[in-house]
Design a protein around this ligand. Structure first.
Ligand code: NIG
Ligand code: FE
Length: 415
């Protein structure tokens, strides 16, 4: 049995087990406990309280005076598996080309697909595993990873098998989403239906058989996939009990949100462009709006109307969108900072969105996302800092000092 006691600390995001996704008043408040201790036994949180009643624990004891203990970040939207970064496109954009122009000229997602198809599975795995370790060291304690840079039967299966291997070796939970419909590959330029048929009739049954995905995804956007195609993908997923998490409303509002609601999607992600009618539709739906502010930051685009979504009482969620084209960073502390600086989310709200709501957007809220008795002990201990708001305020500072994964304190380098 392993025992870990962290004492003289401030605990952040303490919730009762019945609190799952945060919206309304719960979203706007972040419960903390000062002058506190937390006791982890094996991989779970056993108990916590204030220092007057600190237990005598035989095991590892950490004095965290001046430091905070957070539940690890829950990053519900990443494209962590890719073959190469795309810094040349970054330079092209600085010189005036748009993301859409680069994509239309064979760059963008198709560029990543060419590189990924050429890379052996073992190398792809090594590179993604390295990135995953770095993210864990930066405080991430649960993650979703998408396919979508294969864009062929072999390429997509290779990616999904890499994600499955990551699941097997990762100390944190990994959820996989099948994003075969990320861009139309050049071979199918004249045959959109043929590509959708390939994804749905040929690939999906194999993916289900080999248990390679937890969700289906599609990039529903002008120049990529239509609402009708998104509906078809979501219906196909639902037949296999794979819910959808979809990319929609990044550049245009074209009906993706309504379709996601109708098909009982788990989340709608991006929402840089969202109108009143779509916000009203989300109010009565059970679909999680997930915002990815690193993408508009990196593209110098405009940000989702987070305040409007929050004021409508929606359970706003934040994720990194880590990918080589529009967000070459998976640092959730920076995502939280952007949410505050660019979308006017309050620090407490941003932290709620990046922890418990992120867990809910991966259906992991029963075990992750908050300091709750009985949950898995995935936590991080900060450097000494004056308050919770210091995290987004000190936006370039490495504030995560030590991490606890499955109740085990790790030196960050050793993860
Ligand atoms: O979430 N929007 C679509 N997919 C990614 C970008 C992928 C890429 O450019 O490689 C995103 O931003
Ligand atoms: Fe994405």
């Amino acid at each position: 049995m392993t025992e870990l006691l962290i004492k003289n600390t401030t605990l952040v995001q303490i919730r009762e087990p019945n609190i799952s996704i945060l919206k309304g008043n719960n979203f706007q408040t972040l419960p903390i406990l000062e002058n506190a201790w937390i006791h982890c036994q094996n991989d779970r949180i056993l108990d916590y309280g204030t220092m007057e009643n600190c237990p005598d624990v035989r095991g590892q004891v950490i004095d965290a005076t001046g430091r905070y203990v957070f539940p690890s970040w829950c990053d519900s939207h990443t494209h962590l598996v890719f073959a190469a970064y795309r810094e040349q496109e970054f330079v092209q954009r600085i010189s005036g080309m748009s993301y859409a122009e680069i994509a239309a000229s064979g760059g963008g997602i198709l560029n990543s697909a060419r590189r990924l198809r050429a890379m052996p599975e073992a190398e792809l795995f090594q590179a993604a595993h390295q990135r995953l370790k770095q993210l864990i060291a930066s405080g991430t304690g649960a993650i979703e990873i998408k396919s979508g840079y294969g864009l062929s039967a072999a390429g997509e299966l290779k990616m999904l098998r890499v994600i499955k291997r990551l699941k097997a070796v990762s100390p944190i939970p990994v959820k996989a989403s099948f994003l075969g419909a990320h861009a139309l590959p050049a071979e199918f330029k004249e045959d959109r239906k043929g590509y959708m048929d390939l994804l749905i009739n040929e690939l999906l049954p194999v993916i289900v058989e080999e248990e390679l995905a937890d969700y289906v995804d599609i990039f529903c956007e002008k120049g990529f996939f239509s609402v009708a195609e998104a509906e078809r993908m979501m219906e196909a997923g639902n037949k296999y009990e794979l819910r959808a998490k979809i990319h929609t409303n990044q550049f245009n509002s074209m009906g993706g949100i309504e379709a996601a609601i109708a098909h009982k999607a788990l989340s709608v992600d991006h929402l840089e462009v969202v109108n009143e009618a779509e916000i009203s539709a989300l109010i009565n739906a059970n679909v999680i709006p997930t915002l990815l502010p690193s993408a508009p930051f990196f593209l110098s685009d405009h940000y989702p109307p987070a305040r409007q979504l929050i004021d409508a009482g929606l359970p706003v969620t934040l994720a990194s969108d880590f990918n080589p084209g529009t967000s070459p960073s998976g640092k959730m502390a920076f995502v939280v900072a952007l949410a505050c600086i660019k979308m006017k989310m309050l620090p407490d709200e941003a932290i709620n969105a990046a922890t418990l709501n992120g867990a809910a957007a991966m259906e992991l809220e029963k075990d992750y996302g908050s300091i709750t008795k009985g949950k898995i002990a995935n936590l991080f201990i900060t450097k000494p800092m004056p308050s919770v708001a210091y995290i987004p305020y000190g936006f370039t500072e490495e504030i995560v000092d030590r991490i606890v994964i499955n109740g085990q304190l790790s030196a960050k380098e050793l993860v």
